[in-house]
Design a protein around this ligand. Structure first.
Ligand SMILES: [Zn+2]
Length: 190
């Protein structure tokens, strides 16, 4: 049954090119020829008085670079992240339910915060995470949407060392931006 490839939704496109992201943020491996699996992470912010969403960051990370990053996390952080998620959401069950729906619309994966079930429209900040291969997104336990409050919960469970590593990753690859201060970058959920 897994995974089901679908076209990459525009919400996961590059803001600059308005096309699928074509290279890994870290090693610059080309991603769209189909031979490499990768993750896309995007952060969004909504402005309360305007019905406007802004992309705060967005990038793709090949699986090799993702593995390297994950290996840098402390065991404690990995364990706490996993238990936070498994305490709050049954990802395999969620995927089975979503895939069993007649339409299996990829949008259904990202309508609500995966942890708190808050509708996207009620979140001031959220992040999207997807697993892709070439020009296709793979429907598995990803994609998912995680809201600002759940990101904060998760960040509180990470060790200082891991938070420093993630901050270093952010500064090195995404550039310093006051917009990013509070956000937790890096696909810690994949
Ligand atoms: Zn890479």
């Amino acid at each position: 049954m897994f995974p089901i490839p679908v076209p990459i939704p525009e919400s996961f496109y590059s803001v600059e090119t308005e096309e699928p992201i074509s290279t890994c943020l870290v090693c610059e491996t080309p991603l769209l020829d189909g031979s490499t699996e990768y993750l896309i992470e995007k952060g969004y912010r909504r402005y309360e008085n305007y019905d406007v969403e802004e992309t705060v960051f967005g990038y793709a990370l090949c699986m090799d670079c993702h593995m390297t990053m994950r290996q840098s996390f402390s065991d404690e952080s990995k364990r706490r992240c996993q238990s936070y998620l498994s305490d709050h959401v049954d990802l395999p069950k969620r995927a089975t339910t979503l895939l069993a729906a007649e339409s299996a619309d990829p949008e259904d994966w990202t309508r609500r915060c995966v942890v708190h079930d808050t509708p996207k429209a009620d979140l001031r900040e959220y992040q999207l995470l997807a697993h892709c291969r070439g020009k296709k997104m793979l429907l598995t336990h990803l994609p998912l949407l995680i809201g600002g409050p759940a990101i904060d919960d998760l960040a509180r469970r990470l060790s200082d060392e891991t938070l420093d590593d993630l901050g270093g990753f952010r500064d090195e690859h995404l550039g310093p931006s006051p917009e990013l201060e509070r956000d937790l970058q890096g696909p810690v959920l994949a």
